[in-house]
Design a protein around this ligand. Structure first.
Ligand code: CO
Length: 469
């Protein structure tokens, strides 16, 4: 039997906590365990991505780039990995190549080694430029296929897409199964064929939502996959991933295991000890959700929709909302559900359910998605809906964000000036925060600036020492 030591990417710091506690884990809660994680021998640690970046600024009052500085300082042996939404980078709209280049060069400089690059529609045009800039920075550009099932998605479709990604210059390939739809046997065949047809390493990323992930990961390993993603046991399963320790135990017995299970147990206990703090962000799932195999709603998406309905005091509509999602998917050519298409389809499903009438209200982003503004959609749009979209298109004021880096710099500089803040536009990473999350970073900088009167008075009065890095 195949006993090659599996390469494992530990995802708790990004996707594990994103899937289970809505990305709320603070850097302070990560710091104490980073050195131990570095000693396990993981092939990489997934530490950064769109949701982590967004949540840092929006909810945690953290500068997302500070995380990279801390990770780079504490993690010396293990590669750092991030997730990029193609041309959208870590945001929700498409950016110009000059901004993509600025972002990637800074992320590379601050420690990211592996960039997993995906596009929610699997449109190769949306990931090409990121691959190019990652290669230019001499880092690992990992092209991604966003796995989904539909009448138009089959093995030949995936092989062709994977070949196109390799031809684009990607240094590795990820199968990203965000909803846990990949069945073990299908995965075995797909990995075998990918290994035969491609020269670059194949990584698998799947979620536990449907209860298939353990078997799927194991079959992928048997088929010769080059890397598996897992999350430490105390942040595993449910909306998240196969447990790291379980996966290792599937392959090795106590005597042959090259991984230090005691060290892993220590890491798991640490994360277990902090998890209760985030209880309010936990989803309602308690076991396995087989509906997911029919509805194809990714775990992360489901927990957000549940939270939105709870906030609107409409929790009773969850089942209706989940049923509406595959119907919308069929109407708009079977787009895979992953950021941003998952949010767009989710928001439209929410409107359809709240209105009690389908497509009575059309969200702007939904119009843009169907109209092809986000890229080519895989299948055919229902003709009745297409006519409705075309009618609404003219009144839909298009998001024509054509600002240059210099324009953004000027904007941020004048904002800082008018708010008596230090000029954040002089730092490329601060400028990137502003470009990617304008409103959130303005709030963040306004509330954090070290030179405000209160801070100065606070310091003078000895309320605490202030270290400005
Ligand atoms: Co994921």
């Amino acid at each position: 039997m195949n006993k090659n030591k599996p390469n494992i990417t530990e995802v708790v710091l990004r996707d594990g906590q994103q899937s289970l506690i809505a990305t709320r884990m603070t850097l302070d809660d990560m710091k104490p365990i980073l050195k131990s994680m570095d000693n396990v021998g993981f092939s990489s640690l997934e530490v950064w991505g769109g949701a982590t970046y967004d949540c840092c600024l929006r909810f945690l009052n953290e500068n997302p780039w500070d995380r990279l500085k801390v990770f780079k300082k504490s993690i010396k042996k293990t590669k750092l990995q991030m997730l990029i939404r193609g041309k959208n980078l870590v945001g929700y709209k498409q950016f110009d190549d000059s901004i993509i280049s600025l972002f990637i060069s800074n992320a590379a400089k601050h420690g990211i080694d592996i960039f997993r690059i995906f596009d929610s529609l699997n449109d190769i045009n949306n990931i090409q430029s990121s691959i190019k800039f990652v290669n230019k920075a001499k880092k690992n550009s990992q092209g991604t296929i966003c796995y989904t099932t539909s009448p138009i998605h089959n093995e030949n479709y995936w092989i062709k897409l994977a070949k196109d990604i390799e031809d684009c210059g990607a240094k590795s390939l990820a199968i990203k199964d965000m909803a846990g739809l990949l069945r073990p046997g299908v995965c075995f065949d797909l990995v075998k064929r990918l290994k035969k047809n491609l020269n670059i390493p194949i990584h698998l990323h799947t979620h536990s939502t449907t209860g298939l992930s353990d078997a799927t990961n194991y079959k992928a390993y048997e088929a010769g996959v080059d890397n598996i993603d897992t999350s430490i046991s105390s942040f595993s399963n449910l909306y998240a991933h196969t447990a790291t320790e379980s996966f290792m135990s599937m392959i090795y017995d106590d005597n042959t295991n090259p991984y230090d299970m005691n060290l892993l147990s220590k890491i798991s206990s640490y994360f277990q000890s902090i998890r209760p703090k985030y209880e309010q962000y936990e989803g309602s799932m308690r076991g396995v959700d087989i509906d997911m195999l029919i509805n194809q709603v990714p775990g992360g998406m489901l927990s957000i929709l549940e939270k939105q309905l709870t906030d609107l005091k409409k929790s009773n509509k969850l089942k209706m909302l989940i049923d509406e999602i595959p119907r919308i998917r069929r109407d708009i050519g079977y787009v895979p559900l992953v950021t941003p298409s998952s949010q767009i389809v989710g928001a439209q499903a929410l409107m359809n359910v709240l209105d009690n009438k389908r497509y009575k209200t059309l969200n702007k982003e939904f119009i843009d998605l169907v109209d092809g503004s986000y890229g080519q959609i895989p299948g055919t749009v229902c003709s009745k809906l297409k006519r409705k979209i075309d009618k609404n298109k003219s009144i839909n004021d298009k998001d024509t964000d054509k600002l240059t880096i210099q324009d953004y710099k000027k904007e941020l500089s004048s904002f800082c000036n008018s708010h008596h803040l230090k000029d954040y536009s002089n730092s490329e990473t601060d400028l990137l925060n502003y470009i990617l999350f304008k409103k959130e970073s303005m709030d963040f900088y306004a509330s954090n600036d070290r030179t405000t009167t209160n801070e100065v008075i606070g310091l003078q009065e000895g309320f605490g020492l202030y270290i400005n890095d």
